[in-house]
Each structure stands twice: as C-alpha cells, then as structure tokens.
Design a binder for this molecule. Structure first.
Ligand SMILES: [Mg+2]
Length: 271
C-alpha cells in the first residue's frame, strides 16, 4: 500500500468548526485538535490541500495562516500552487472569455426571480467570485437547470452543497435550507481532484479526501481513501448510503475539526 502524500480537506463543516472557527469544536468549545493535526501533517510530510467552495480572496489569508502550499477554491474553478505563485483556472463549459461570473450573475437573477421565498443570495459569501456563485434555499436542481437552459445558460449547473443548519427569514417557502453552487458544467471538486492529481503525477492511492457534503463524496473514485466527518451525516440524512459496507466512504467518530484530525492521525499511523 502506498503512503498517502496529499489529503484534500474541505474547509467549512470539516476542517473548521461553527462560524469558520478552526479552534472550536462542534459545541463551540475551544480545541486544538485541528491545529495539532495540521502541525503533525506538516512535520511528517502529509500535504493538506484545502478543497473548498470559498472564493480565492477568502481563502488566501486562511491558507497563509495555516501554512498551506496549495489549495483549491470555488468548488474546483481555481487551483492555487506554490503558496499563491501559480494559479490554474478551470472554466469547464463556460463559452465566454474572462471569468464565468461576468455572465453567471444574469443566471442568478433569473433563478431568484423564478423562486421567490425559495431561493436567495447566500450573502455575504459572494464577494469577489470568479467561477461560481452561492445561493441558499430549497429547489429542484433539475427544474432550475431546465429554466437556465431555456434562457441560454445550458453551460451552467446548480449543485447542491448540503444542508445549512439554520433558518433565514426571507426563505418563507423552505423547510430545510440547502446551499447551492451555480457554476459552469465540468467544474467540480471531483474534476479538480483529477486535475490536481494529473498536475502532480500522483497515483490515486497516494491521495485521500475528507469532507462533510455530497460534493466531497463525489470525489471518492478519484482518491485512495474518502472520509466523511460525522457531522455531515448527522445534518443530512440523505447521505446515509455511506454506512453501506461497500460505499467507499469511511465515517469519522468525531465531528468538524476533530473529525478532520482523526483522519490525519489515521493516515499517518497507517503509514
Ligand atoms: Mg463543507
């Protein structure tokens, strides 16, 4: 068995606790678990690559604070190497030149007009986006994509990024709030992991991934080991299939950053 060299780690709901706090556990009690795991990974040569829907600008300082060498933003739309020196854009099926959000904002307007009380801007997380936008609410992604295609946005897709465990007063028609990414077809976490492995010439068995949502688990065929942090399952019953013996997904005992730490320690102990 080859040693795992790279761990792709989702950020929100996985590496960090509530409100994006690296030093909180799920109950908002201070913990060093994730920080200590990052230190051990750095000491023992396991590269942690953040794999997130966050915008490039939002990730830059976070990645610097953690000392990451590379990270992947906007759900795979942008891969960053050499601590920011090298930037690889993936625009998928976007037919235009420039950044996809220059066109995608019109698709956002269309969806918001189509689903009053059911969908809204995932404020404040859409500042300075290049490849994708975030929406929140509860809609059928198939139906939304039909509306998009009819308006000339057949190159765009609406991806469910899992449950947001809170309510919003303007989403009056929604039972369980979900986050959605609107982005070009062909841009995804799984495509970015494949692209990153090719870029680094890494075998599947040399990589692992940990996340908390369906878009993370989609990557399981591209990595040697795929982990779901326990809180991902707790908040989204539609992920219960991971408990099947042949799911290809390992579920951690701990939640959030403590679950991330469990994965780091397990990968290093198994070397
Ligand atoms: Mg997440």
């Amino acid at each position: 068995m080859r040693a795992v060299k790279v761990l792709y780690a989702d950020v929100d709901g996985t590496m960090v606790g509530p409100l994006g706090n690296l030093l909180w556990d799920s109950q908002r009690t201070p913990t060093l678990a994730a920080a200590e795991a990052l230190v051990r990974a750095a000491r023992e040569g396991l590269e942690v690559v953040a794999l997130t829907g966050r915008a490039r600008a939002a990730m830059f300082e976070f990645a610097r604070v953690l000392g990451l060498q590379s990270w992947i933003c906007e759900l795979g739309g942008i891969r960053i190497y050499d601590r920011g020196e090298t930037v690889v854009h993936e625009h998928g099926a976007f037919p235009g030149s420039g950044v996809p959000t220059a066109e995608l904002h019109r698709a956002v307007d269309l969806l918001l007009e189509s689903y009053p009380g059911r969908l809204e801007d995932h404020s404040p997380w859409n500042a300075a986006r290049e490849s994708s936008f975030l929406l929140r609410g509860e809609v059928s992604t198939e139906e939304a994509e039909e509306r998009l295609a009819a308006a000339g946005f057949g190159w765009a897709t609406l991806v469910d990024n899992g449950v947001i465990p809170r309510r919003y007063e303007n989403l009056t028609e929604v039972e369980r709030v979900r986050a959605y990414h609107l982005l070009p077809r062909g841009v995804s976490k799984v495509a970015s992991v494949a692209g990153d492995r090719a870029y680094r010439a890494l075998e599947r068995e040399e990589t692992a991934l940990v996340g908390d949502a369906a878009a993370d688990l989609d990557c399981r065929g591209e990595v040697g080991r795929c982990f779901l942090v326990r809180n991902g399952l707790d908040k989204d019953p539609s992920l219960a299939w991971v408990l099947e013996p042949d799911s290809g997904v390992e579920v951690t005992k701990a939640t959030h950053g403590e679950g991330f730490a469990e994965v780091v320690h397990q990968l290093l102990d198994d070397r």
